[in-house]
Design a binder for this molecule. Structure first.
Ligand SMILES: [Zn+2]
Length: 151
């Protein structure tokens, strides 16, 4: 006979799983290439990307909001616009880094390969560091390819 977990499950549904969600979409363009990779993304190229920033709270704030969309726009979109948009996103080990920087190209250097997964984590960490109740960031590298990061 199976153990009876129904009461536990019922309690979790009543308590932990009720959540308000808000989502902001931010579009940006970036160039990159991947190291230690044999597909098309090993060559320098660019993407028109979309980041989805999902925010969650169990209770609403004093304005009855999860978040004011203007706050995300002013803080996170501004950071993306100045740090990632129309820049080359490259791994610190990429031999192109010193060449491009010497020529004055705007680069954002990552410790890892500049994959959609890494960019999702970058945006997640920035939003979280600014106190936003971010639950997940998804980065759509193309209209059909998405990677996400959540905690
Ligand atoms: Zn790519």
């Amino acid at each position: 006979m199976l153990p009876d977990h129904s009461r536990v499950r019922f309690r979790r549904l009543d308590g932990d799983e009720r959540m308000y969600t808000a989502k902001k979409e931010i579009t940006f363009c970036y160039g990159h290439r991947l190291l230690r990779y044999s597909g098309k993304c090993k060559n320098l190229h660019g993407h028109n990307a979309k980041a989805e920033i999902e925010l969650q709270r169990e209770t609403l704030d004093h304005r009855d909001m999860v978040i004011d969309f203007d706050d995300i726009k002013n803080e996170v979109k501004s950071w993306i616009d100045t740090q990632l948009d129309h820049r080359m996103l490259l791994c610190k080990d990429d031999p192109f880094v010193p060449l491009l920087q010497e020529k004055g190209e705007l680069c954002y250097i990552l410790d890892t390969n500049p994959t959609a997964e890494a960019i999702a984590r970058l945006i997640y960490d920035y939003a979280a560091s600014k106190g936003f109740p971010v639950s997940e960031v998804r980065v759509w590298e193309t209209e059909t390819s998405m990677a996400s990061y959540r905690r």
